[in-house]
Ligand binder design. Structure first.
Ligand code: GLN
Length: 385
C-alpha cells in the first residue's frame, strides 16, 4: 500500500467557528466535547493527558510525532487521565520504547479518551492563536459514520470555560499522606517524605510530580481535599501550606476555596501556590483573574524572576491569569512571562506567602524552576525557627 494512499476518515474534529478537520481516529469511540488548546511540548504526552488541570479540554500537540513511545505504567500525574481528547499530526505508530506497557491507542481506549491523527495541527494552532480559545467536538467512529452537522452543533453549543468549577471532579475526597520522590533511572519512584517539616497540600487537582518534588525537599506531605476548611488544615499542625494546580476557572472554584485561603494567609504560615493555587491565592489577596486569549501550554516558555533578574525556561498550562488591573497594595509581582509580559509570580511583601503561574515540577518540562521548592522550604525553616 502506498504510504500516501488516502483512507476514508474515521474521526472528525469540529471547532466552534465551524471549521472541520477529518482524520483517523484511535482510542475510545464516541463524541468528546471540550475546550481545544494547543500544547507545544515535544515530550511528555502521557503526563500531559493525565494532568488533572486538563479536565474538560482537548489537547492539540503542535509537535507532529506523538504517541510513538506508547503508554507506560509510571508517567501518571493522576490515577485517571482528565483530558477529553487528543489531536495529532502524524499517524500514531506501534510503541518503540523499553518502558512501554501498551500502545497509546489501547491506553486511550481504556481511559475513555479519543484521539484524531492525520490533521493539519498547524492550521488548528493558527485558528486558536487568531480567534482565541475554541470549543470543539471530536468524534471517532471506526466505521466512519459521523454526522458532521451534528458535531458542529455540539461544538457551538458547548459552554465556555469561564465560570466553570471543575475541581470537584478531580480533587481527592479523603486525606492521605504522600511518600514518593521524583523518578530515578533504574529505581523508579523512591520512598521519600518520612521526616522533616509538615506540609499540608490542598488538592484542587494536584499533579503527582508536585508532591514528589515537595517530598524530595525533605518534608512530610499530607494531602487534603479542596473542600477542607482553614480550621481543618490548621488542626493538622502544618509548618507550611501548599495550594495546588487544577482545572477550570479560578473565580468559580474560589467561591469555596478563596475564603479558606484568606484565613490561611492570615494564620501567618508559609504558603506556596502553583497555577490554579496561584490564581486563587491572588483572588484571596484581593486581585482579580481573567481568561487569556488562548493561554499558555508548553514546556519552553521563558519567564523572568524579577527578584534575581534570572530567566528560566518553564513548563506552562493555564488559560486564566491574575489580571494586571486592581493589584492590591502589599502584593508584589515577582515573575513575568517573556512571551507576553503576563504575571507569572506574586508574593506578599510582609508575609512568607508566594506563588507562580507556571509549573516548577515540570513533568514534562525543564528543571530550571525547581529552586522554588527550596525557596518554600527556606521560608518554612525560617518560620519554624
Ligand atoms: N494548571 C493549572 O493549574 C491551570 C489553572 C487554570 N485552570 C487555568 O486554566 O488557568
Amino acid at each position: 500500500m502506498h504510504a500516501l494512499e488516502r483512507r476514508s476518515p474515521t474521526a472528525a474534529l469540529a471547532l466552534q467557528d465551524g471549521t472541520v478537520f477529518l482524520g483517523q481516529g484511535l482510542g475510545a469511540p464516541g463524541i468528546h466535547v471540550g475546550e481545544l488548546v494547543f500544547n507545544t511540548a515535544i515530550t511528555g504526552y502521557q503526563e500531559i493527558l493525565t494532568d488533572p488541570s486538563y479536565a474538560g479540554q482537548i489537547v492539540t500537540f503542535t509537535f507532529p510525532h506523538v504517541g510513538n513511545v506508547g503508554a507506560n505504567l509510571e508517567d501518571f500525574e493522576a490515577a485517571t487521565p482528565a483530558a477529553r481528547g487528543m489531536v495529532v499530526r502524524a499517524t500514531v505508530t506501534e510503541p518503540s520504547n523499553w518502558r512501554a506497557s501498551q500502545p497509546l491507542a489501547r491506553w486511550l481506549e481504556a481511559h475513555g479518551i479519543a484521539a484524531i491523527c492525520g490533521v493539519d495541527t498547524r492550521r488548528i494552532t493558527r485558528i486558536l492563536r487568531e480567534k482565541g480559545a475554541q470549543n470543539a467536538a471530536l468524534a471517532f467512529d471506526p466505521q466512519g459514520a459521523i454526522d458532521i452537522e451534528a458535531l458542529k452543533a455540539r461544538a457551538a453549543a458547548h459552554p465556555s470555560m469561564v465560570g466553570v468549577d471543575l475541581v470537584p471532579g478531580v480533587s481527592c475526597t479523603q486525606r492521605y499522606d504522600w511518600h514518593e520522590g521524583p523518578w530515578l533511572h533504574g529505581e523508579g519512584y523512591p520512598r521519600a517524605g518520612d521526616s522533616g517539616p509538615h506540609i499540608v497540600a490542598l488538592d484542587y487537582g494536584i499533579k503527582r510530580n508536585i508532591l514528589r518534588s515537595l517530598a524530595a525537599t525533605g518534608c512530610r506531605v499530607t494531602v487534603v481535599p479542596a473542600t477542607a476548611t482553614a480550621e481543618e488544615v490548621l488542626a493538622l499542625q502544618p509548618d507550611g501550606v501548599f495550594l495546588s494546580n487544577g482545572p477550570g476557572d479560578p473565580a468559580a472554584t474560589g467561591a469555596y476555596a478563596v475564603p479558606q485561603i484568606r484565613k490561611l494567609v492570615d494564620s501567618g504560615l508559609p504558603l506556596f501556590g502553583i497555577c490554579l493555587g496561584h490564581q486563587m491565592l491572588g483572588l484571596a489577596l484581593g486581585a482579580t483573574t481573567e481568561k487569556m486569549p488562548f493561554g499558555h501550554h508548553g514546556a519552553n516558555h521563558p519567564v523572568k524572576d524579577l527578584t534575581t533578574g534570572k530567566v528560566e525556561i518553564t513548563s506552562q498550562n493555564h488559560g486564566f491569569a491574575v489580571s494586571e488591573a486592581d493589584l492590591p497594595e502589599g502584593l508584589e509581582v515577582t515573575h513575568r512571562s517573556l512571551f507576553d509580559g503576563t504575571i507569572q509570580g506574586i508574593r506578599l511583601k510582609d508575609r512568607p506567602v508566594f506563588s507562580v503561574q507556571y509549573h516548577p515540577e515540570a513533568s514534562p518540562g525543564p528543571a530550571d524552576s525547581h529552586y522554588l521548592f527550596e525557596r518554600f522550604m527556606n521560608l518554612v525553616g525560617k518560620a519554624k525557627a
